[in-house]
Design a protein around this ligand. Structure first.
Ligand code: MN
Length: 295
């Protein structure tokens, strides 16, 4: 099943190039704040699944092209992100560590945005904003201290994720926290439709130039390991998102660019980049000259 959020707080199921509105079926108030309906749907998916399957058979459909796709879990408990989790990316960043012995960081939930929403660049002359092509693993159950081989029970589904970042030496979270710096989408594809996530090809283009092209089999810390490590520290809740880390080929984006990400069996989305007006602050007004070592 492909579960999307669209327009103003609505929940839908995607089938081909159409979408079925299941907002009412999910007992979700689209005007509610905080927007926890999708989080709750994931937590209680077993109970809702039969009626959602029925809706896919019987309910009226709309063209997907006529809706605005939002981020599929707008109000998770947390977004966990693993840094330097591909060797080739570690080399290009001249990083002396890998995720296996470094752990993770968090991105703020407020940085989440959807496939139909732009990446808004902060007004930071002298800085580069880079794309990072990543797989999002969406948690489906409350778990803590689980064994590595229990990872599959914890996972609800997968999505494409762009971990956007202002390059620099300041705190990593600070540079990755801007609104719209974590597009996730175009929807969540449930785990049963993806199957084994350990060999998924992930590609990212800026405009029509292929910038990143890698396979999840090359992750340094694999998906079971990421779930196990996160759950060793924190309770994972339904709707939590794990960003798996980016392969080599990161690079700058500019206003007017289109960033396209495609992950095998998961989905594809194209996000536009626009220039915002705000976003300046003392640390990031300092220029930074990035030296990425290309392979
Ligand atoms: Mn990243």
């Amino acid at each position: 099943m492909k579960i999307a959020c669209f327009d103003e707080g609505r929940i839908g199921l995607v089938d081909g190039d159409e979408i079925v509105d299941v907002t009412t079926l999910c007992e979700h108030d689209p005007g509610a704040w905080p927007p926890v309906g999708p989080t709750r749907l994931i937590a209680e998916f077993g109970r809702y699944r039969p009626r959602l399957s029925q809706a896919l058979e019987r309910s009226p459909r709309r063209p997907l092209a006529g809706v605005t796709l939002r981020t599929p879990v707008p109000w998770p408990n947390k977004v966990i992100a693993y840094p330097v989790n591909y060797h080739a990316h570690g080399r290009e960043m001249q990083a002396g560590y890998r995720a296996t012995l470094q752990g993770f960081f968090l991105k703020p939930n407020s940085s989440l945005s959807g496939a139909g929403e732009p990446i808004v660049l902060p007004d930071l002359p002298g800085r580069e904003v880079h794309h990072e092509c990543e797989l999002a693993v969406v948690i489906g159950r409350q778990v803590r201290n689980i064994a590595r081989d229990e990872w599959r029970d914890a996972v609800f589904g997968y999505a494409c994720l762009l971990d956007m970042v202002v390059r620099g030496k300041e705190e990593r979270v600070f540079r990755k926290a801007y609104d719209s710096f974590c597009p996730v989408g175009p929807w969540i594809t449930t785990a049963d439709e993806v199957g084994d996530p350990s060999a998924l090809q992930a590609r990212l283009w800026v405009n029509d130039e292929l910038r990143q092209d890698a396979n999840t089999r090359d992750l340094v810390l694999d998906i079971p390991g990421m779930v196990e490590m996160a759950a060793s520290v924190m309770t994972l809740y339904p709707g939590d998102i794990i960003a798996t880390g980016t392969p080599e080929g990161v690079g700058p984006v500019q206003a007017g660019d289109r960033v396209r990400i495609r992950i095998e069996r998961v989905g594809e989305m194209t996000v536009h980049v626009v220039q915002g007006r705000g976003g300046r602050n003392a640390p990031l007004e300092q220029p930074y000259d990035l030296k990425i070592v290309k392979q």
